[in-house]
Design a protein around this ligand. Sequence first.
Ligand SMILES: [Zn+2]
Length: 88
Amino acid sequence: MANQKLYDKAKRIAVKNWSGSTPIYCDACNIAFGKFFIDGNTVSGRWGLFCESCHSEIGIGLGVGKGQKYDRKTLLRVEWAESLKNNE
Ligand SMILES: [Zn+2]
């Protein structure tokens, strides 16, 4: 079923961690990231790596096809890192 396929894909994306090198600067404001960075789509349709404040201005939100938020220290997706924490 197509829906099951989509669900599997979403699940895979949901547990994906950041696999590249640790990003340093926000693509929009060029200021060094703090604790988090967001790999996200923007209102102009261009993807980039943004700090939380830029993403809240030009991003289209978080979620599959919109944006993923990562912890710069652990490189885990934030929701994933939080669900790990809750299991402790
Ligand atoms: Zn920024």
